[in-house]
Design a binder for this molecule. Structure first.
Ligand code: ZN
Length: 114
């Protein structure tokens, strides 16, 4: 990977970290409504509970991804970035563009069942 490509990925990762952080804040707000703004009746309460489970799932996925992105951001200036942890081959740029936090190449990811 060239220096320019790394710079580019750094920017992509940084942007995704910002976006995800904003999303996490909004999920957290939905999870913990302000006093007096919670569900007002039984039906609303049921829907609220249903939404909560969706929000919790999204929240967990988002925070996990955020951690992976932060890790990638720390690693980007090292030779380890963009190299598969398993087979030590370079991860394709196409894959990194979709998931800049990738630490495995497609083949290893499939083999490891991730
Ligand atoms: Zn691999």
């Amino acid at each position: 990977m060239t220096k320019e490509e790394k710079q580019n990925f750094k920017k992509i990762i940084d942007e995704q970290i910002q976006e995800l952080s904003i999303e996490i804040v909004s999920i957290r707000k939905a999870l913990y409504p302000e006093r007096g703004k919670g569900p007002s009746d039984k039906v609303a309460h049921l829907n609220f509970k249903l939404d909560q489970s969706i929000h919790i799932q999204r929240y967990e996925e988002s925070t996990k991804r955020l951690n992976r992105l932060k890790y990638a951001y720390l690693k980007i200036d090292t030779p380890e970035y963009g190299v598969c942890k398993e087979c030590e081959e370079e991860i394709s740029l196409q894959r990194l563009k979709l998931m800049p936090e990738s630490v495995y190449c497609v083949n290893c990811m499939n083999e490891l069942g991730l």
